[in-house]
Design a protein around this ligand. Sequence first.
Ligand SMILES: *Cc1c(COP(=O)(O)O)cnc(C)c1O
Length: 234
Amino acid sequence: MNGDPTLQQRYETVLARIRAACTAAARAPDAVSLLAVSKTFDASAVLALAALGQRAFAESYLQEALDKISRCASERPDPALEWHFIGPIQSNKTRPIAETFSWVHSVERDKIARRLSEQRPASLPPLNVCVQVNVSGEASKSGCAPDEALDLARAVAALPGLRLRGVMAIPEPTDDVARQRAQFAAVRAVFDRVRAAGLDVDTLSMGMSDDLEAAIAEGSTCVRVGTALFGRRG
Ligand SMILES: *Cc1c(COP(=O)(O)O)cnc(C)c1O
């Protein structure tokens, strides 16, 4: 036994953590899906994890993502990987996002939603959208305020070419598990309010390498994991 864990060992460890957290929360073992966050890692890392069975990958930086996605598509066209955009979106960069990704988790204002809707090619299925919410106040600049989320979700749901799926958040990082839980509970409350308003949502995108257990305890259906799979980013 020597050296770092292999990619396969890290993948199995993450899947086991998700299953254990589901069990601890009395949730079905398949209630939570894993989104592999491959930002800063190259196409070969994506393809290696895809070969182990992972299909959904997420990126935060558009140009890096576009290069990687085309490399992966030429080397592994079938079955296609599913790409999620999770980074900040500038309004002049919406077109390649609308044309390339299956999901966008980081829609935080109307204007971006409208542009994605207009630019989604009719030949593709609707773009799956999560509304990003900021539950950490001043500590984070990304995401709409919790009391704006329902209006934004309604706007997304009404736009052609988009399919509202749920709510995403990146709470302020903390080692304090009680604080993690409180922030995730606040995201969950936003999700519940959107659903109670009659919107058809199924995705609560929250939890990362260091806090996925707390997120799953509070109802996450999709954890976004980078470091625990691919290692520390350079
Ligand atoms: C980078 C990133 C992640 C993954 O974070 P890790 O701590 O490396 O697991 C998840 N979500 C978003 C939005 C990110 O930007």
